[in-house]
Design a protein around this ligand. Structure first.
Ligand code: ADP
Length: 234
């Protein structure tokens, strides 16, 4: 659609313009981080008087690091991701789970798996893992009081192309249609300072680039399902 076209042009522009900027920001951020540590150690016990201020500076530096890293992963994927490989979806899903286990336990979330896919898919392993972890962490954020995270993979034909669908489903807060309209926009977030709003826009671009598709179904108060389709590796 036209909207998707505009969006991917917008993302391509972001990639080009910001790759250099993001890269150049790494050094000043590292300098700030280093100096903050020096200030802390010099202040020593007097640091308690400004503990809140120091923590806020630290948090914001951390936030800048996150944004810069995400932008770089997106803009210079070749430096981060390596090459295309064939994968069994179930294996890549399994690799993601240890990375989020702590968050799952903390939020009291049960994991349900159903893997029936027999086809292999073609993608950068790092990129696919990045996309899945993004979707899983979003699902966890949507279930602050616990729930069920369903991870499934199955063979699916789309437009007569064989492929694999990976489903990431939560029983969380869900999203209204006007929210769904905006979630793939770069920098759109409802998470204030904890969110970058880059997860879904970057995920969609990575999947598009691989000839796949990322879509969403959601009901407010009931939960959300992200469907990630990728073509079969031949
Ligand atoms: P971020 O997670 O940093 O906010 P994303 O691009 O990953 O950025 O997500 C954008 C927004 O989409 C989130 O802030 C949230 O409002 C919404 N969202 C994404 N996944 C879910 C989900 N599983 N349930 C409810 N809302 C979601």
């Amino acid at each position: 659609t036209t909207k998707q076209l505009i969006m991917s042009e917008k993302l391509a522009a972001i990639g080009e313009i910001t790759a250099g900027v993001a890269h150049e920001m790494n050094n000043p951020i590292a300098v700030m981080q280093g100096n903050l540590e020096v200030v802390r150690s010099v202040l020593d016990d007097r640091a308690t008087e400004v503990a809140t201020e120091l923590r806020l500076i630290d948090e914001q530096i951390h936030r800048m690091t996150l944004i810069v890293n995400k932008l770089l992963q997106f803009a210079r994927p070749e430096e981060y991701a390596g090459f295309l490989e064939r994968h069994a979806a179930a294996e890549v899903i399994s690799d993601c789970l240890p990375l989020v286990q702590y968050l799952l336990n903390k939020a009291d979330i049960r994991v349900e798996r159903e893997d029936t896919a027999t086809r292999l898919l073609l993608m950068n392993r790092t990129e696919l893992q990045q996309v899945l972890v993004n979707l899983i962490v979003n699902a966890i954020h949507a279930m602050p009081n616990g729930g069920t995270l369903r991870l499934a993979s199955r063979d699916e034909q789309r437009d007569s192309r064989p492929g694999v669908t990976i489903e990431v489903s939560d029983t969380g807060i869900g999203m209204a249609p006007d929210l769904i309209e905006r979630i793939f926009d770069p920098f759109f977030t409802t998470k204030r300072s904890e969110g970058t709003g880059l997860g879904l826009s970057i995920s969609q671009t990575l999947i598009d680039r691989q000839g796949g598709a990322l879509s969403v179904e959601s009901t407010v108060g009931a939960g959300t399902t992200f469907l990630l389709w990728l073509p079969e590796a031949d």
